[in-house]
Ligand binder design. Sequence first.
Ligand SMILES: [Zn+2]
Length: 267
Amino acid sequence: MTILLMVLFFIVGALVGSFINVVADRLPAGKSIISPPSHCVECQHPISARDNIPIVSYLCLRGHCRNCGATIPRRLLWVELGTALLFAFLYWHYGLSWETAFVAFYCCLFISFLLIDLERSILPNKLVYPGIVIALVIASMGSIFGFEPNDIIGGGFRLWIVDAAIGGGIGFLLLLLPALLYRGGMGWGDIKLAALIGFVTGFPLVILAMFFAVIAGGLTAAILLLLKLKGRKDAIPFGPFLSLAAMATLFWGKDVLDWLMITFAVK
Ligand SMILES: [Zn+2]
């Protein structure tokens, strides 16, 4: 049963990944994510159902359009496969629960930010604002019905909406200060995404998320500089690191926080 459900989560994840690809391609370009149906970007030929199966079709077609032979971006395969594995992981980590649904939704949002910021260096408001509204609605519902996913909030004020509101404020301020002090490094998009992450993870996990993002971003920048893949003046988008850090915090933030509390004997 467990294996069967894990396979089911994998398949659903692959389908969701296919949708994330559409969002990442069309939303920043101001196009509708619903119509027209999938088509080849080169020859505009509509993609038939048999060529639109996540992962499988890309492999069968060896990454080329059946009609004109144009190369299909490899990102489509990686995102479908990555999201499929992530969904299987979510089931393994959380089991069948409401928490799985919340975290899966937030992961899809963060993967979209990661892709769009990597490819276009923007974090669209059209995703950030609805994300904040949904995070606040979920936190409010949780507070009303006394529902508190332990892995999402850690040791805060024990009322999800309070944790979320404080988390959002702290996320916003933590990135606003460096953005004001060192002009050019951080953009408004990063600051708004940090606020969204705060609303999602709540207080105090938001601090951990920002810490993870800075460490990951700093290490990556150092490696890119050492390997001379990037120069000192090149901008490296921070959104992908914020997105990855937010997901890591959702999965393991509570454990890290518990470990810190025990290690440093904070009661
Ligand atoms: Zn084509």
